[in-house]
Structures are given as structure tokens and as C-alpha cells.
Ligand binder design. Structure first.
Ligand code: NAP
Length: 449
């Protein structure tokens, strides 16, 4: 095996970063360091894909193989801008690939949005996925809940809410989350779209799974089907319409839970005092195809509103950012600073193309970026004055967590799972994760702030 000539840093150990690492290590002259803020790799595969979607989670097994390569290192607990800067990364690597995804959520911009009864689906997903930063979510007193948005995230959170909690017992959800779901006394969940059923972005498999949840009676506002001609629809939309037609026509004896689909409504206010509920306004498309309100409103008697209206990326310090699009501007994966290409800087995943697409979309996306990384490395060669960044960090007394540390976390999760007859149970507390990281390294990494 030849001496590695090139060293590439990937910032973010989620699916897009790991696909990029996979493509890079197909070559035997490249070493890859994968940095992450957390001591756990896999990003949204671990903390975004619903715990009951085990077949998608299995992608993690395939992606884990990237760490089998001696050319790949995992460097956890490294905050970009906090523990390392853009300048340092660029000094230490021949190429830097940003794969940080979109970690915030969009806001509805309506009164009452910040009330306790209003939360983002992102926070809710983070909670049930056992993310160490997630705030505990309470379903106390919630009988009716609404999700705003008709994409796959809305479908995920609606499914977790309507599902019989016992059916989630086999997942890796933390014990506290399962206990809260078991305690919940929900009767109705609303899924609300600001445009029509024909405009919804959820995919048919996910929609069908939600609608076929045992014990759940589905109702669809009949107006949703009006004016929809099957011949005008693409395959996915036609299948979605068929799923909702069938679900709303299928009686469910003594339902455990009711699931309502409401289209052509947009949230206008979340009321808490004196009346609780969600005020929605009917909508239509204007001549320009934009959603406008008709002025007709109705109050839904819900105690919890989860907005699932899309994710938003956060700017990395010093790195170019397009605030309007919420991405690092790029051309075929090469970062753009203004109109010029920023040498040796690249992007993959949601921070490149925006928060759209499923896990697999990241594969072709990463392939495109890596092709350009490789072409540029051929042209530029290794950086002549490259520093050893990990040694520089160590000299500062900062030790990132390692893949072995992650394996220890994984083993502890498997142990915890075994005592509950499950394959794994997530460890969600920062202090427990850090204890496991530090178990074998006194004075280990700086705890996250
Ligand atoms: P999404 O598919 O873009 O859906 C966002 C929804 O929010 C749309 O219905 C959108 O309506 C609505 N919306 C946006 N702004 C709104 C506002 N101000 N008021 C009311 N509604 C608003 O995004 P997502 O559900 O967050 O999913 C992100 C990506 O992850 C998608 O590509 C998705 O497929 C993927 N994902 C996949 C899975 C899976 O495969 N199981 C699971 C989760 C996520 P308009 O269309 O009118 O803008």
C-alpha cells in the first residue's frame, strides 16, 4: 500500500459525510478524518430516521464499514468554530468537505408560535431519537395534537403519536421516551397541509404505513379530493390519493385513535388564553400559484402543535453561506466564495442542496462532490505546508473522542437493550456519553458546552 499522499477532512459524520468517505477511500492514497460535534457517528441516521424504521437504520451497518478502513479516523466531540477553525482545518488537510446537514427548523411566523404547546418536529424527533441535546417532551394533558406540513417528517411524528406504544418497545428509543408515550392519552392527531393533497411531499410507502397503523381510524376532509383528476397526477401523487381514499373509506371498529388529514389550511395563530387551540385559515392558490388565505378561519381544539415545515441549516463560522437558500453556495460540490471557487473546500448533503431527499440521495450527491475533490487533488497536489491538526489539538490538551469510544457507547447501549429484551437502547444523557468516552482516558476531551 503506498504512503497516503492526501489527507481529507470531513466535517459531519452523517450519511452524506460517510458516503463521501466511502468514495474517497476507494483510493489507497487518501486518509480521511471525519469530525463530528457528537461522540456518536451517523448523524440523522441515528437521530433523525424514525426508531421504528429499522430497515433504513440498517444503512448504518453498511456505512459503518467505512470505519473498518485503517485510512479513516473518527474524531468526535469536535465543535467547528469552537474547537477547530476553518483556517486550522484548511491548514491541516488537502481538502475539507462540509457535511453538516441542516440542524435547525423553519418557523411558521404566526402569533403563539413560541407557546409551550408549540414545538418543532425537529425537537420532537430529536427527543424520541435520544439526541443528547434534546429537551424532554411532555405529552401530559394532550388529547389532540396537530402536525403542520405534509412531508415525511410530519408523517413520521404523526405515526409515532398514533402508534400503539407497545409496538415501539422493540425499538432503540430511550426508556423515558417510551414511558412518556405510554402515559400519553392522545385521542386525535391532525395532519395539516397549506396546499392540496396533490401538492403534498410525503411518499406513498410512508403515507400507507401511517394510514394502516392498527387501531387508527383515518378521516380526510372530503374537499381534499375535489377537482383532482387522476390523469393529471404523477405516479406518486396518484398513489397517495388512492391511499387516502382507501383509508378514509375503511371503517375501523372501536378505534384507539383518530387521524385526520386536513388540506388547504394554514396556521394563523396558536391560542392559549383564554381559548386553547390552533386557528387555521382556509387557503387557495392565487393566479401566480402562491398560497393565499381566504379569510375563513376555524379553531381546532388541539393542545399540541408540531411544526414539520422543513429544516434549516446553520452557518458555519467563517464559511461562505447563502442565507436565502440556507446552504453553503457551491458548484458541483466545490464551495463558492462569491463567484470564485474556494480552493480545497467542498460540500455534500443538505448543506449543499438544501433539506430535501432521502438518505440514498446523498450517495449520488457525495459521488459528484468526490469526483471534483479527486480532480482538484490531482491538479493541486498535497498541500506543501500541511500541519498535523490532531497533534496540534493534543498539544492544546484537547483529545477528540475516537471510534473506539463510540464502540464503547455502542456496547453500553447493547447491554442496556439486552436487559429490556431489545437489540439496543439509546443512551441520551450527555454525562453518560462522556463517562463512556472518558472511561479509559483520564482527563479526556473537553466536555461540550
Ligand atoms: P418537506 O417534504 O419539504 O415538507 C415540508 C412541508 O411543510 C410541506 O408540506 C410544506 O408545504 C410545508 N410548509 C412549509 N412551510 C410552511 C408554512 N410556513 N406553513 C405551513 N406549511 C408549510 O420536508 P420534511 O418533511 O421536513 O422532510 C425533509 C426531507 O427529509 C424530505 O426530502 C423527506 O422526504 C425526507 N425524509 C424522509 C423520510 C423517509 O423516507 N421516511 C422521513 C423523514 C424525512 P409546501 O409544499 O406548500 O411548501
Amino acid at each position: 500500500m503506498p504512503e497516503p499522499r492526501y489527507r481529507v477532512a470531513i466535517v459531519g459524520a452523517g450519511p452524506s459525510g460517510l458516503f463521501a468517505a466511502q468514495f474517497l477511500t476507494a483510493r489507497d492514497d487518501i486518509e480521511v478524518d471525519i469530525f463530528d460535534r457528537l461522540p456518536t457517528p451517523y448523524g440523522l441516521l441515528r437521530y433523525g430516521v424514525a426508531p421504528d424504521h429499522t430497515s433504513i437504520k440498517a444503512v448504518a451497518h453498511a456505512l459503518a464499514r467505512v470505519f473498518d478502513s485503517p485510512a479513516v479516523r473518527f474524531l468526535g466531540l469536535v465543535g467547528f468554530g469552537r474547537d477547530v477553525t476553518r483556517e486550522e482545518l484548511l491548514a491541516g488537510y488537502d481538502a475539507v468537505i462540509y457535511a453538516v446537514g441542516a440542524s435547525e427548523d423553519l418557523r411558521m411566523g404566526v402569533p403563539g408560535e413560541d407557546a409551550a404547546a408549540s414545538r418543532s418536529a425537529r425537537e420532537f424527533v430529536a427527543w424520541y431519537s435520544g439526541h443528547p441535546d434534546a429537551e424532554p417532551q411532555s405529552l401530559d394533558g394532550v388529547r389532540q395534537a396537530a402536525t403542520i406540513g405534509v412531508g415525511n417528517v410530519a408523517v413520521d411524528v404523526a405515526r409515532i403519536l398514533v402508534k400503539e406504544p407497545l409496538a415501539l418497545d422493540v425499538t432503540d428509543m430511550p426508556a423515558d421516551v417510551l414511558a412518556e408515550l405510554r402515559r400519553a392519552r392522545l385521542t386525535d392527531v391532525w395532519v395539516i397541509g397549506r396546499r392540496g393533497l396533490q401538492h403534498a411531499s410525503f411518499t406513498t410507502t410512508e403515507l400507507r404505513e401511517l394510514c394502516r397503523t392498527p387501531g387508527v381510524a383515518v378521516s380526510v376532509d372530503p374537499e381534499a379530493f375535489e377537482g383532482i383528476a387522476d390523469d393529471d397526477l404523477d405516479r406518486r401523487t396518484r398513489a397517495n390519493v388512492a391511499v387516502l381514499r382507501e383509508a378514509s373509506a375503511t371503517p375501523v371498529a372501536a378505534p384507539r385513535m383518530r387521524l385526520h388529514f386536513l388540506f388547504w389550511r394554514r396556521p394563523v395563530e396558536l391560542r392559549s388564553d383564554p381559548v386553547r387551540g390552533l386557528l387555521v385559515e382556509r387557503t387557495r392558490l392565487n393566479g401566480a400559484g402562491r398560497v393565499v388565505g381566504t379569510g375563513e378561519t376555524e379553531l381546532l381544539d388541539v393542545e399540541l402543535v408540531l411544526r414539520a415545515i422543513g429544516y434549516r441549516a446553520v452557518r458555519l463560522p467563517e464559511v461562505p453561506f447563502d442565507h436565502a437558500l440556507g446552504v453553503i453556495p457551491s458548484e458541483h460540490g466545490r464551495v463558492l466564495d462569491g463567484t470564485a471557487v474556494a480552493p480545497r473546500e467542498y460540500v455534500v448533503g443538505w448543506i449543499k442542496r438544501g433539506p430535501i431527499g432521502v438518505i440514498g440521495t446523498n450517495k449520488s450527491d457525495a459521488r459528484e462532490t468526490v469526483e471534483h475533490v479527486l480532480a482538484d487533488l490531482e491538479e493541486l497536489g498535497p498541500r506543501p505546508d500541511r500541519i498535523d491538526l490532531v497533534a496540534t489539538l493534543a498539544a492544546r490538551g484537547f483529545l477528540p473522542s475516537s471510534y473506539d469510544d463510540w464502540r464503547r457507547i455502542e456496547a453500553a447501549e447493547a447491554n442496556r437493550g439486552a436487559s429490556h429484551q431489545r437489540e439496543r437502547m439509546k443512551i441520551e444523557a450527555w454525562h453518560e456519553l462522556l463517562d463512556l468516552v472518558q472511561a479509559e482516558r483520564p482527563g479526556g476531551p473537553i466536555p461540550p458546552t
